[in-house]
Write a protein that binds this ligand. Structure first.
Ligand code: PLP
Length: 404
């Protein structure tokens, strides 16, 4: 196995041979999603974590209908953030009591849809939203289950500014404003507070950070339930489980994290409090990231002032993340693997858009790369197809294929 093949194997569980057909039958650029990789990531998490932890897939990381159906069939719930996502979750087969609605600026339509469809909870992020949920639920003669999303004074410590960290935040209600929240809640007859939601960090590869954050969030729940005398049946810890984007990063050790969490929740400080509480993680990237590969063809191969440049038929209109977050994705030259080509060189990989931001990296090491080669941009399943800018320059949208 050559170096490129090894690198490929680091980032997905689909075999490189399985890509041969796709590579010859479909036109690039195309996203290829692997059912097997999703299943493996899901089982890895479910097997590692204590049973008390439930998994809700954060649909925003990749709402592809094949992916949603598959994750629903595995038994997960679904975290949604818009009318479109709620509808897709229901269409994919997620039971209504396994769908949540979170997001800082929900419209009346979205809240009404969640109430009408008896979703498992609406996670409210302001006092005004709380009042609106109560009003809409009352108009329907229903009681809406809610969690209060809190902006806490701590963070997990994400490396990039994806969600945000501590301080001023558009997400949730500041912990310092809980008095106001509970004062408003007191008189409301059509909402039922089931627990709390805290999520403020993404792409975490350190089990220790996730562990500390989990402990902090549970401590916050204990504190609030005592201070305001309310029963908690659900603590939503958000997502944030990371996946490596470079060979320098180590994958998250889920087995160790699971063991440590088990010790925590079984300890005498927490066992009684958590007896009737579900703990929820909402991973997005961890389930969908490694499952996606973006295939793109080298149209031209040139140099500029001594730099090798590969000009490709894909770009940041389909996969904005490298430019948005400033984190390059690993790239493998599939044609070079299939042809067993050697040699190594440094390349800049750039797309067709009229901006220098349209680049997948300036220092990418590949085997000798030629016009017509197919490159696989790895770990492209999360925040790829949907977190991009497909309208810029009016190129066709990328295709998507869901494979075994
Ligand atoms: C409320 C909520 N839950 C879960 C996630 C998923 O995060 P991740 O992909 O880091 O697991 C996000 C991501 O933005 C989110 O906003």
């Amino acid at each position: 196995m050559n170096y490129e093949e090894l690198k490929y194997k680091l980032y997905t569980d689909t075999s490189i041979d399985a890509l041969k057909n796709i590579y010859s039958e479909y036109e690039s650029p195309v996203f290829v999603y692997s059912k097997k990789t999703i299943s493996n990531s899901y089982r890895n998490l479910i097997n590692a974590l204590p049973d008390k932890f439930k998994i809700f897939y954060a649909q925003k990381s990749n709402p592809n209908p094949g992916i949603l159906k598959h994750i629903s069939s595995l038994g997960a719930g679904c975290d949604t953030a818009s009318l479109g996502e709620m509808k897709s979750a229901l269409e994919a087969g997620f039971n209504e009591n396994k769908i949540m609605l979170t997001g800082p600026a929900k419209t009346e339509n979205e809240i009404r849809f969640a109430i009408e469809n008896n979703l498992s909870s609406i996670n409210v992020e302001s006092v005004q939203e709380l009042l609106l949920v109560n009003k809409i639920a009352s108009e329907h003669g229903k009681t809406g289950n809610i969690l209060v999303r809190i902006n806490p004074p701590y963070e997990s410590g994400e490396p990039a500014r994806i969600i945000g960290g501590t301080g001023i935040s558009k997400f949730g209600i500041d912990i310092e404003q809980m008095d106001d929240f509970f004062k408003s809640l007191k008189d409301l007859k059509n909402v039922s507070l089931k627990g709390i939601h805290i999520f403020n960090s993404s792409q975490i590869l350190s089990g220790k950070k996730i562990f500390n954050n989990t402990k902090n969030v549970i401590d916050t729940a204990v504190l609030l339930s005592r201070e305001y005398s309310f029963d908690i049946s659900r603590i939503d810890l958000g997502g944030g489980f990371g996946t490596p984007y470079s060979e320098k990063e180590k994958p998250l050790d889920t087995a160790k994290l699971g063991n440590d969490l088990n010790v925590l929740i079984e300890s005498k400080n927490y066992r009684d409090f958590l007896k009737d509480v579900d703990l929820i993680f909402e991973p997005g990237r961890y389930l969908s990231g490694r499952a996606g590969i973006y295939l793109t063809k080298v149209l031209y191969n040139k140099t500029s002032r001594g730099k090798n440049i590969l000009l490709i038929d894909g770009g940041i209109h389909h996969l904005l993340r490298p430019a948005l977050i400033g984190q390059p994705h690993p790239v493998v030259n599939l044609t070079a693997v299939f042809e067993d080509r050697n040699g190594r060189d440094e390349y800049m990989i750039a797309g067709p858009l009229c901006t220098s931001f349209d680049s997948f990296g300036e220092h990418i090491i590949l085997p000798e790369t030629k016009q017509g080669d197919i490159l696989a941009v790895m770990n492209a399943g999360a925040y790829g197809f949907t977190e991009s800018m497909p309208l810029f320059l009016s190129h066709p949208q990328a295709k998507e294929i869901f494979t075994e």
